[in-house]
Design a binder for this molecule. Structure first.
Ligand code: NAP
Length: 484
């Protein structure tokens, strides 16, 4: 196992610039999903510590907001540089607690850092407006001001990047933040705080409350009127709970929720490119991303060729511990995740799915599942209607373009969609017809800090990254300046 740098292996929460234990002294275990071994015992905080963190963020807010944008920008830039300098150590920690291959973990650390770099720049571009006046004695001005203290709750599948995607724009805008990382992966979050401190982010501006008791921490955030914004990434079910709770104080919410991404392959597609796109989209993080291709729809004329080629390439994927060289598929995050995939496979098999490769757990360890390709999927199968979150490609056929678009949109979710086609008219029609926040055409990879990330329908509200991301953290103030 890779040695973990003790400088980054923190086991206490981070509140008001101090490393602190839970008041109760409670701790919870963080383990390596590759082999179940314990990595750390982390402070198990609750509502009380969350309120302390909110106090700290509330006190720090006026001072941080009053700094010049240039000053905030330089501090964030420093944080970005420190993360990049320490990317290898952070990646090792991320792989240890999350399981993804080291190259993916390093990619996530750099991707996560890119949001800090981006928003360090955007801090200087939060422009207001001057609106042409309707009266000679007055002027209309629009100010954009930081919204206040932000409560952020993040998932385990991107333990580093889901935090920077929220905290970087919040801090850039002049907000302060209280973050609850996922129970399975608090260590990458705590390591980010080590470097935030070193970069000069002041006490109280960025607080971390690790916990195994998500609900009371979420309630402490949503019930506190000093929290002016909840930013959540996770499942749609929990997103609904938080939105309901946030309604009591009309707290603004941004929600990055579950996906059910369609992946369409048309007769005119470059099939080899579609196969490579499918591999990149489906098997990243062992199929555990919100934008993983979840439902493959393949046109009749190319179905068998695509299925065969995808199965052959899927067989070549190297499965193993994320810290071993060349590994492409690591373990699933926990036992519940494996059980879910096993259930979906058993149900699909019982209802007539054909397994081209895989279909079972893998003997690397308790949480590994063999990369799988199945065909003959029909809408009655659970796998056709569920976010799989595992390395299973489930293929259905379609006959024509209208049918493909209807199938793709036949879901309450609308985060990402992929399709492969070469006819320009078709590319435009399908791109416009898909009901998702993101459409990837002829590629399996699209994420970048410069483009807006987010979903429609039950996949969420709001956008992260890009020039739009900062808008989630500012309020618009209309000033009417009279007596001129
Ligand atoms: P989850 O169960 O919703 O958990 C996400 C976060 O919410 C975790 O920190 C979790 O804490 C916390 N949480 C759970 N119940 C809560 C409650 N009652 N109140 C407050 N917080 C609560 O989701 P997950 O299984 O970790 O993540 C996978 C889901 O996230 C998938 O649906 C995926 O599509 C989605 N996701 C979406 C995006 C996006 O950008 N749209 C990105 C990544 C993932 P614990 O860890 O302690 O349970």
């Amino acid at each position: 196992m890779t040695n973990l740098d003790p400088r980054f292996l923190r086991t206490q929460g981070y509140i008001n610039g101090k490393w602190v234990d839970a008041t109760s002294g409670a701790r919870f275990m963080v383990s390596n999903p590759a082999d179940g071994t314990q990595i750390a015992q982390v402070a198990d905080m609750g509502a009380e510590e969350t309120r302390e963190a909110i106090n700290a963020a509330h006190e720090a807010f006026p001072g941080w907001a009053a700094r010049t944008a240039g000053d905030r920008s330089k501090t964030l830039r420093k944080w970005f540089e420190l993360i990049v300098q320490n990317a290898d150590a952070l990646a090792a920690l991320l792989t240890a607690e999350q399981g993804k291959p080291l190259t993916e973990a390093r990619g996530e650390v750099i991707y996560g850092a890119s949001f800090i770099e981006w928003f360090a720049e955007e801090a200087k571009r939060i422009y207001g407006d001057v609106i042409p006046s309707t009266g000679a004695d007055r002027r209309f001005i629009v100010l954009k001001q930081p919204i206040g203290v932000v409560g952020a709750i993040t998932p385990w599948n991107f333990p580093s990047a889901m935090i920077t995607r929220k905290v970087a724009p919040a801090l850039a805008a002049g907000c302060t933040a209280v973050v609850k990382p996922a129970e399975d992966t608090p260590l990458s979050a705590l390591a980010l705080a080590v470097l935030a401190e070193e970069a000069g982010i002041p006490p109280g501006a960025f607080n971390l409350v690790p916990t195994s008791k998500a609900a009371p921490v979420g309630e402490a955030m949503t019930s506190d009127t000093r929290i002016r914004k909840i930013s959540f990434t996770g499942s749609t079910a929990v997103g609904k709970v938080l939105m309901k709770q946030a309604a009591q104080n009309i707290t603004k919410v941004s929600l990055e929720l579950g996906g059910n991404a369609p992946f369409l392959v048309f007769d005119d597609a470059d099939i080899d490119a579609a196969v490579e796109g499918a591999l990149a989209s489906k098997y990243r993080n062992a199929g555990q991303t919100c934008v993983c291709a979840n439902r493959f729809f393949v046109q009749d004329g190319v179905h068998d060729e695509f299925a065969h080629k995808l199965a052959e390439r899927t067989k070549e994927l190297l499965i193993g511990r994320g810290d071993q060289p060349g590994v492409q598929i690591g373990p699933l995050i926990n036992a519940a995740a494996l059980t879910k995939v096993e259930h979906l496979m058993a149900d699909a098999k019982a209802r007539g799915a054909i397994i081209l490769t895989g279909g079972e757990p893998h003997n690397q360890g308790d949480l590994f599942f063999t990369p799988t390709v199945i065909t003959n999927v029909n809408p009655d199968m659970d796998i056709a209607n569920t976010e799989i979150f595992g390395p299973v490609s489930a293929l259905r056929r379609f006959n024509n373009e209208d049918e493909a678009i209807a199938l793709a949109n036949d879901t309450p979710f609308g985060l990402a969609a992929y399709f492969f086609a070469r006819d320009m008219g078709r590319v435009w029609r399908v791109m416009e017809g898909l009901e998702t926040g993101i459409v990837a055409v002829n590629t399996g990879l699209f994420t970048s800090e410069v483009t807006p990330f987010g979903g429609v329908k039950q996949s969420g509200i709001g956008r992260e990254g890009s020039k739009y991301g900062i808008e989630e953290y500012v309020e618009i103030k209309n000033v009417c300046l009279g007596g001129i």
